[in-house]
Design a protein around this ligand. Structure first.
Ligand SMILES: Cc1ncc(COP(=O)(O)O)c(C=O)c1O
Length: 381
C-alpha cells in the first residue's frame, strides 16, 4: 500500500493497546520488561534475533518506539534517556559545521545548550519564529542546515506555523525539527505539516506520571542524519533504560484521555482566570485573544493543551506569593503529569531569562477543576 492509502488508526486505538505489544511466549497481554544487557550468539556466530547488547538495542525500547512512530506518522522513532539527550543528539550527529535557526523563546534548558553550540562547531541565530520575515532573513544560504522550533513554546505558549517554517527550511535545503512536547501527537503531528524531525521530552505528557525521565525523536524519513543519530545513541549509551521504557509504555496507554481532559480543564481555567482583577493576562493558545490563536486553530486538533501562564497585575512579588500560598497546586518544575503544578518560572530560569518576572506557569493535571480554580482564587486573596 502506498503512503496515501495507508490507514492510520486513531491515536486512542494505538495507545490503549500499546500497538498490540504483548508476550509471544506466554501470550501475556502486558509485555514483560526486557532487562537483559546481553544476548546469546547463535551457533553459526550470528545474532539472528537482531539483539546484541543493551547499549544499542532493547526490545522494550523498540515497542515504545513503534508506538511513537505510529502516533507521529513517522518512518521511525528513537527513545533516549532524556528529552535533552534526544534533542542534543540531533546536533551532535551533524557531520559538518551547521548554522541553526532557532526559536527565541523555548524550553530554557535547551536554549542554554544551543547558546553554547559553538563548542561543537555549529552556530545559531535565535529569532521570533512567529515572524516569518525574520525567519527568512536569518537564513544563511549554503550554511543553514537546521531550523529548530518549539510550539507552543515555554513559557509564553507562543505559536509557530509549522507548515510555513517547513517551506522556508526546505527552500534553504535545511531540515525542520519541532519540539512538540507540549502539544503531544494527540493535538499536533508536525510531520503532517512538513516537519522532518519531531522531538519530545517523554518525561512530560507521553509518560504523564512524573516518574520517568525519557526523550524521543521521530523522523519523517530515514537518511544519513538518522543513521548518525542511531550510531551516536549507541556510542554514548543515551538509550532509555528498559524499565523506564516499560513505565513509559504504561503511561502512554492513557495519553489520549489525559491530554483531552487536561486541555479541557486548562481552557476552562484560562477563561475564568482571565477576568480576575489580580490577573493582568492569561497566556493560553485556546483564548481568542492569544496572538497565536489562528495558527493554533490550524495546527492543533481542536485542543490547545494543558499548559497556561498567568501574568500577575501586582508584579513579581505577587506571583511568588501566589505560588507560596496555593494548597492544591504543587509547587514544582516540569509539566504534563496528572498532578497540577505551579511555578514562578523566572526563578528557575535565572539571570538573562526572557521570561517576564510576573509570570506563573501552570501545568494542569487531573484534579477536580473547581478545586484548582478555588485554590488559585484563595491564593490571589
Ligand atoms: C519543551 C521541553 N523540551 C525538552 C525538555 C527536556 O526534557 P528532559 O527534562 O526530559 O531532558 C523539557 C524539559 O523540561 C521541555 O519542557
Amino acid at each position: 500500500m502506498d503512503d496515501q492509502s495507508r490507514y492510520h488508526p486513531k491515536p486512542r486505538t494505538i495507545l490503549a493497546q500499546a500497538l498490540g505489544a504483548g508476550d509471544p511466549t506466554t501470550h501475556a497481554l502486558v509485555p514483560p520488561v526486557h532487562m537483559s544487557t546481553t544476548f546469546l550468539r547463535d551457533a553459526d556466530n550470528g545474532y539472528h534475533k537482531g539483539f546484541v547488547y543493551g547499549r544499542t538495542d532493547n526490545a522494550t525500547v523498540h515497542q515504545v518506539e513503534a508506538i511513537i512512530a505510529a502516533l507521529e506518522h513517522a518512518a521511525d522513532a528513537m527513545l533516549f534517556a532524556s528529552g535533552m539527550a534526544a534533542a542534543t543528539s540531533v546536533f551532535l550527529a551533524l557531520d559538518k559545521p551547521t548554522h541553526i535557526v532557532a526559536s527565541q523563546v523555548q524550553y530554557w534548558g535547551f536554549r542554554e545548550w544551543l547558546v553554547e553550540v559553538g563548542r561543537y562547531g555549529h552556530s545559531v541565530t535565535f529569532v521570533d519564529t512567529s515572524d516569518l520575515d525574520a525567519v527568512a532573513a536569518a537564513v544563511r544560504p549554503g550554511e543553514t542546515g537546521i531550523f529548530w522550533i518549539e510550539t507552543p513554546s515555554n513559557p509564553l505558549w507562543s505559536l509557530t506555523d509549522i507548515a510555513a517554517i517547513a517551506a522556508i527550511a526546505h527552500a534553504a535545503g535545511a531540515l525542520l525539527c519541532v519540539d512538540s512536547t507540549v502539544s503531544t501527537p494527540i493535538i499536533t503531528r508536525p510531520i503532517d505539516f512538513g516537519a522532518d524531525i519531531v522531538v519530545h521530552s517523554a518525561t512530560k505528557y507521553l509518560n504523564g506520571h512524573s516518574d520517568v525521565i525519557a526523550g524521543a525523536i521521530a523522523a519523517a524519513k530515514d537518511g544519513p542524519l538518522w543513521e548518525n543519530i542511531q550510531k551516536l545513541r549507541g556510542q554514548l549509551g543515551a538509550i532509555a533504560g528498559p524499565f523506564e521504557a516499560w513505565l513509559l509504555m504504561r503511561g502512554l496507554r492513557t495519553l489520549d484521555v489525559r491530554v483531552r481532559e487536561q486541555s479541557r480543564v486548562a481552557a476552562w481555567l484560562a477563561e475564568r482566570l482571565s477576568t480576575h482583577p489580580a490577573v493582568a493576562a492569561v497566556l493560553y493558545p485556546g483564548l481568542k485573544t492569544h496572538p497565536g490563536h489562528a495558527i493554533a486553530v490550524r495546527q492543533m486538533d481542536g485542543l490547545f493543551g494543558g499548559m497556561l501562564s498567568l501574568r500577575m497585575k501586582a508584579g513579581e512579588q505577587a506571583a511568588v506569593k501566589v505560588a507560596s500560598k496555593v494548597e492544591i497546586w504543587r509547587r514544582a518544575t516540569s509539566l504534563g503529569g496528572v498532578e497540577s503544578l505551579i511555578e514562578h518560572r523566572a526563578s528557575i530560569e535565572g539571570e538573562g531569562t526572557p521570561c517576564p518576572p510576573d509570570l506563573l506557569r501552570l501545568s494542569t493535571g487531573l484534579e477536580e477543576p473547581d478545586d484548582l480554580l478555588a485554590d488559585l482564587f484563595r491564593a490571589f486573596g
